[in-house]
Ligand binder design. Sequence first.
Ligand SMILES: Cc1cc2nc3c(=O)[nH]c(=O)nc-3n(C[C@H](O)[C@H](O)[C@H](O)COP(=O)(O)OP(=O)(O)OC[C@H]3O[C@@H](n4cnc5c(N)ncnc54)[C@H](O)[C@@H]3O)c2cc1C
Length: 417
Amino acid sequence: MSKRIIIIGGGVVGLSAAWYCREAGHEVVLLERGSPQRDCCSLGNAGLIVPSHIIPLAAPGMVSLGFKMMWNPESPFYIKPRLDPELFDWGMKFIRSCSPEHVKRSAPLLRDINFASKKLFEGFAAMPGVDFGLVKKGCLNLCKTPERLAHEAELAAMSRALGMPAEVLDADETRRLDPGVDMDILGSVYFPEDAHLSPNRFMVQLEQLVVKAGVDVRWQTEVSSFELTGERIGGVRSDKQSFTGDEFIIAGGAWSSRLGRQLGLKLPMQAGKGYSLTIERPRQLPELSYIFTEARLAVTPMMGALRVGGTMEIAGLDTSINPARIRGITKSAGRYFPALPPETFDGIKPWVGLRPCSPDGLPYVGRTRHFPNLSLGTGHAMMGLSLGPITGRLLAEVIDGRPPTVALELLDPDRFG
Ligand SMILES: Cc1cc2nc3c(=O)[nH]c(=O)nc-3n(C[C@H](O)[C@H](O)[C@H](O)COP(=O)(O)OP(=O)(O)OC[C@H]3O[C@@H](n4cnc5c(N)ncnc54)[C@H](O)[C@@H]3O)c2cc1C
């Protein structure tokens, strides 16, 4: 039976949910506080589609690594110390999640949802008139030090054990895969199943597709509160009007936990600030996408341009730009690609985005048991673009009571509440 579904948030997750709910025959209204020219985390990100990312952010070694990096103002990781009980609670949950058992449980699920999502991207790319620069040539994780290469080789072995192809390469083998780029590296791990695209293009095209499919997209409509009808959500209110519906989806990115709090939901989340810089006419344009592993940078060719992105600053819902972190990015890039010296980035305006980060590194996807007609799709941290389409499809399946494409237990939005 067709339902009226209200989706809050027009990032990649909200738009994907709109597409799959509409495809299932529902009436869909998407509420986005920004204008069509808005910015959000789904736009300026690194554009990697990453079946290879089978390790969640919360993994053994992350706490000590984070602690080491925190003291360097140019490092790619930082937690702004502050007296905030939510940050403390998130941190404790993160520490508890950094266990081998958590990684073992999560890895097969992350593999499966990433593969399923990649298929959905392929489906979009095959639609007439749609082109968002999807390139399926894999991703190279470049290493400069023997310690890092050994660590990446261990991850590669783990990936292969889970059926994910991964090859450890020396410097010459790496260069042969992308001969047009100079590299100063020791070696790499190659993940041939990874892909990349232009997120800006993908978002524009997905917006066009959902509008054409009949989704009612309301721009500049910020949801400020919820209306309850007994135990159900009856509607949501913006400063302009109220919207009633049968089903509601919160897909508000890093702002989702704030929305959930109004309903008493416990959705631990921190915003993970990251930056990117896009070089419109790079001196050398790689064909593959890259991760510079020690520097924790992603480098992605995007339809003729080259985007360099990274850093993870846990500093609240704050989009100010920290020049020291930008310096960290511009100094590190040329250490791997000599054609990217720091001056390459002169005059380029940094983009900033807030990743919605759950404390166990897994997204929140599915229905909350606290309201029979409320679902959530958020908390994807570094994989939100990659997992956007599958999250949208899973939400449509949940709402229809269809068996979900993957088991949703580990993604339960109530797992901390
Ligand atoms: C530097 C960087 C690089 C990254 N690289 C990659 C990558 O290579 N691959 C990958 O998979 N992921 C990557 N990510 C992560 C990815 O970008 C995010 O996980 C993803 O975009 C989150 O999407 P979202 O839809 O949940 O949130 P968003 O894109 O933030 O969208 C949420 C939307 O909700 C709206 N909203 C919030 N509150 C309200 C409200 N009350 N009413 C109405 N609207 C509201 C916001 O305006 C926003 O438009 C990267 C992130 C960064 C910062």
